[in-house]
Ligand binder design. Sequence first.
Ligand SMILES: *[C@@H]1O[C@H](CO)[C@@H](O)[C@H](O)[C@H]1NC(C)=O
Ligand SMILES: *[C@@H]1O[C@H](CO)[C@@H](O)[C@H](O)[C@H]1NC(C)=O
Ligand SMILES: *[C@@H]1O[C@H](CO)[C@@H](O)[C@H](O)[C@H]1NC(C)=O
Ligand SMILES: *[C@@H]1O[C@H](CO)[C@@H](O)[C@H](O)[C@H]1NC(C)=O
Ligand SMILES: *[C@@H]1O[C@H](CO)[C@@H](O)[C@H](O)[C@H]1NC(C)=O
Ligand SMILES: *[C@@H]1O[C@H](CO)[C@@H](O)[C@H](O)[C@H]1NC(C)=O
Ligand SMILES: *[C@@H]1O[C@H](CO)[C@@H](O)[C@H](O)[C@H]1NC(C)=O
Length: 213
Amino acid sequence: MQEDPQAKPLAPVQDYPRSDMEFGGIKPKALRREEKSSKCLVYVLAIMVIQGTVLLIFASIILRVRTPDFEIGSARVRNLKYGNSSAPSFNFTLVTEVTVENNNFGDFRFANTTGSVWCGPVVVGEMKIPTGRAQARATERLNVSVDVSSVRILDTKNLSNNISSGLLELNSHVKLSGKVNIMNIMRRRRHPEMNCFMKLNLTGHTVKELTCD
Ligand SMILES: *[C@@H]1O[C@H](CO)[C@@H](O)[C@H](O)[C@H]1NC(C)=O
Ligand SMILES: *[C@@H]1O[C@H](CO)[C@@H](O)[C@H](O)[C@H]1NC(C)=O
Ligand SMILES: *[C@@H]1O[C@H](CO)[C@@H](O)[C@H](O)[C@H]1NC(C)=O
Ligand SMILES: *[C@@H]1O[C@H](CO)[C@@H](O)[C@H](O)[C@H]1NC(C)=O
Ligand SMILES: *[C@@H]1O[C@H](CO)[C@@H](O)[C@H](O)[C@H]1NC(C)=O
Ligand SMILES: *[C@@H]1O[C@H](CO)[C@@H](O)[C@H](O)[C@H]1NC(C)=O
Ligand SMILES: *[C@@H]1O[C@H](CO)[C@@H](O)[C@H](O)[C@H]1NC(C)=O
C-alpha cells in the first residue's frame, strides 16, 4: 500500500527524461539531418539529370551533321548563237550563280569537281566548280560559267524539232565532295548533289522554269 504511491510517482519521473532523451532530443535531430541530406541528394541528382538533358539537346542540335544544299540560284545566257532548220546547232555560255547552303554549326570545305550539263541524253557542257568553303550557317555563292555547245548531239532531226519549238530543255548534275567540321569535334564527309532543270527560250535569250531537287 505504501510502496505503490512511491512507485507511481517514480515511474513517471523516470519515464519523462527517457522520453525527452529519445523523442524530444536525439532521434528527431538525426531524422532531420537524414531528411536534409537525402533532400540534398535529390537536388544534386535532379541538377545532374537536367544538365545531362541540356547537354544532350545541345549535342544533338549543335553536333548534328547535315548535308549542305547545293543548287543553281540563278542562270543567264550569254553569246547565244543557233542555227535553225538547215544546220541545227547552238552555242552559248550559261552564266550561273551556284549556291552551297551550309546549315551546320561548322564549316564545309569542298574539293574542285566537274559536273555536266545535259540536253536530253547528251552532255553539252562541263560545269567546273572550284575548291571552296561555306562558312558555318552561311551560304557560299560562286559564279560558274559553262560553255554549252550542240557539237556532240548527233540526232539532228530531233535537235531541229527542238530548236524549231524555240525551247531547249537543259539539266545540270554535279556531285560535290567535302568535309563538315564542327568545332573539331565532329568531322564528316558529305556529298551534296546538284540536280537542276531549266528551259532556254532561244528567241528571248532567257532561262525560265529553273528548278532544283
Ligand atoms: C557552234 O560551234 C560549233 C563548233 O565551234 C560550230 O561548228 C557551229 O557552227 C557553231 N554554231 C553556231 C550556230 O554558231
Ligand atoms: C581540280 O583542280 C586540279 C588543279 O587545278 C586539276 O588538276 C584537277 O583536274 C581538278 N579536278 C577536277 C575534278 O576538276
Ligand atoms: C558574281 O557575279 C555578280 C554579277 O556579275 C557579282 O555581283 C558578284 O560579286 C559575283 N560573285 C562572286 C562571288 O564573284
Ligand atoms: C528527242 O529525244 C528525246 C529523248 O532523247 C525524246 O524523248 C523525244 O521524244 C525526241 N523528240 C523528237 C521530236 O524526236
Ligand atoms: C525556226 O524556224 C521555224 C520555221 O522556219 C520557225 O517557225 C521557228 O520560229 C524558228 N525557231 C527559232 C527558235 O528561231
Ligand atoms: C525535245 O522536244 C521533245 C518534245 O518536243 C521533248 O520531249 C524533249 O525533252 C526535248 N529535248 C530537249 C533536249 O530539249
Ligand atoms: C520566248 O520569249 C519571247 C520574248 O520574251 C516570247 O515572246 C516567246 O513567247 C517565248 N517563247 C516561248 C516558247 O516561251
